[in-house]
Design a protein around this ligand. Structure first.
Ligand code: UDX
Ligand code: ADP
Length: 460
């Protein structure tokens, strides 16, 4: 198989953008073109001012600066990029279905299918097609079927190469991956992709498997990680009634090398584009094979997570004398975790929704999330009208303004800057008693209590 000279990636999102930027950075002799239907997104990727890139990721601007215009290009001309490519990554979104069979659980593959049909229509020579999005197991089969049955008689090799980067640390994860996983059937096609990664990833960290193992591993990795978070969150509730401290418990159990310390931080609940979607997918797949016990087992991880978000909102209501009606709640953070502007499935959205049902006023400050995004997230829920969301929720650019005349402050994201605020100043401008609900256990309880704030963390 000939050496890869041109790579195209369809989908310029949180996965496609950073991943292709690093592949281009590390392989200066390969031309990498990232395409997207969304012209505004492509324009942002091409923006001269690197702070305007559509994805916020520490270190991404440096990588883009190095490679863009050299061998990294962003474009809306999908057909042309497909035509030129030797290898095509599919990095389009695969949201949970919101309609029809599998609604609320199965992954919606319509974007993948559209891509496959477009590739089949345009391709005039043999190509390697790489699944990069998180997909249900056996999507490669569907992909193969469409490509082989609708193409122009050219040959396609399908590979699965799931992405394991976590947002907020994407560049670090891409530069030093724990492993790269490549699944496929054709050894030569697999090798061409191995060669691209081997430029900077040690060979022993590049794992090759069959297609289905690769696809399934991605779902399972996310399910295991999410399960740890739900497990510690379940224990946080127990700690709150027994007087144990969840941080101490997590530390103590994490010292056992068989358990390990990571992903044991109790929180207001996990969010992000992957965990919930992938588990729902796993559950759906298990049920479709009639493995109901397996499905129930994994579904519990989601049930626990929903409970944790609701419990946090309920705690605020209960502590504020059983009513938040007309009260001001300041939200510090809206993103699903720190160091990202991504808000997909963020716990903040659901906590806000719950409090708004109780007719609270919410003022949000997040260092990286725009007001437009916050309103879009709330409107998407469809719980109340867009006008009502704008009447009840205010978004500000200054944390002190957010906390001004608040009855309570709720920390929803673990942004580092929240720890260094002038909490005396925040306290002075709040209604008394002034409550802080720390959904991430990042603030110093004793410092806050000395100031006079009433502090409640998770699992303490
Ligand atoms: C995840 C996987 O980690 C990554 O490998 C995969 O490619 C995509 O999905 P991501 O969603 O970006 O990455 O972030 P992650 O760091 O996994 O956090 C997910 C959620 O869990 C966040 O809301 C985070 O705040 C929460 N979390 C994580 C906790 O509440 N406690 C923890 O201990 C760890
Ligand atoms: P992820 O987190 O998986 O990267 P995103 O939603 O951030 O998901 O990005 C997926 C991108 O894929 C979006 O920018 C969307 O416009 C793009 N996309 C979806 N379908 C197509 C398609 N058929 N052709 C080109 N781009 C597409």
């Amino acid at each position: 198989m000939k050496k890869i000279k041109n790579i195209t990636c369809i989908g310029a999102g949180y996965v496609g953008g950073p991943t292709m930027s690093v592949i281009a950075q590390k392989n200066p002799d390969i031309k990498v073109t990232v395409v997207d239907l969304n012209a505004a997104r492509i324009a942002a990727w091409n923006h001269e001012d690197l702070s305007k890139l559509p994805v916020y990721e520490p270190g991404l601007d440096e990588v883009v600066k190095e490679a863009r215009g050299r061998n990294l290009f962003f474009s809306t001309d999908v057909d042309r990029a497909i035509d030129e490519a030797d290898m095509i990554f599919i990095s389009v979104n695969t949201p949970t279905k919101t309609y029809g069979k599998g609604k609320g659980q199965a992954a919606d593959l319509k974007y993948i299918e559209l891509c496959a049909r477009q590739i089949a229509r345009v391709a005039k020579n043999d190509k390697i097609v790489v699944e990069k999005s998180t997909l249900p197991v056996r999507t490669a089969e569907a992909l193969k079927s469409i490509l082989h049955n609708t193409g122009n008689g050219v040959k396609f090799h399908i590979l699965s190469n799931p992405e394991f980067l976590a947002e907020g640390t994407a560049i670090q994860d891409l530069h030093h991956p724990d492993r790269v996983l490549i699944g496929g059937e054709n050894p030569e096609a697999i090798q061409t992709l191995v060669d691209i990664y081997a430029v900077w990833v040690p060979k022993e960290n590049i794992i090759t498997t069959n297609l289905w193992s690769s696809e399934l591993s991605k779902l399972v990795a996310n399910a295991f990680l999410a399960q740890r978070v739900s497990s510690i969150n379940a224990i946080s509730e127990l700690c709150e009634v027994t007087g144990a401290d969840v941080n101490e418990v997590a530390y103590a159990i994490g010292k056992d090398s068989r358990i390990g310390p990571k992903f044991l931080k109790a929180s207001v609940g996990f969010g992000g584009s992957c965990f919930q979607k992938d588990i729902l997918n796993l559950v759906y797949i298990a049920r479709s094979y009639n493995l109901n016990k397996v499905a129930d087992y994994w579904e519990q991880v989601i049930i626990m997570n929903d409970h944790q978000k609701e419990r946090f909102a309920d705690k605020i209501i209960k502590t504020l004398y059983n009513t938040v009606n007309g009260k001001n709640i300041a939200f510090l953070g809206w993103a699903f975790k720190k160091d990202t502007n991504d808000t997909r499935e963020s716990a903040a959205i659901y906590v806000a929704d719950h409090l708004l049902e109780e007719e609270a006023f919410i003022t949000v400050y997040d260092p990286k999330v725009s007001a437009e995004q916050i309103y879009a997230d709330l409107d998407y829920l469809g719980t109340r009208s867009p006008e009502e969301n704008r009447r009840l929720v205010k978004v500000v650019n200054d944390p002190y303004e957010a906390c001004q005349q608040a009855h309570a402050v709720a920390v929803l994201t673990e942004w580092d800057e929240f720890k260094t605020y002038d909490w005396q100043r925040i306290y002075d401008n709040m209604y008394k008693p002034a409550f802080v609900f720390d959904g991430r256990n990042i603030l110093d309880k004793s410092v806050l209590e000395n100031i006079g704030l009433v502090y409640q963390g998770i699992g303490k």
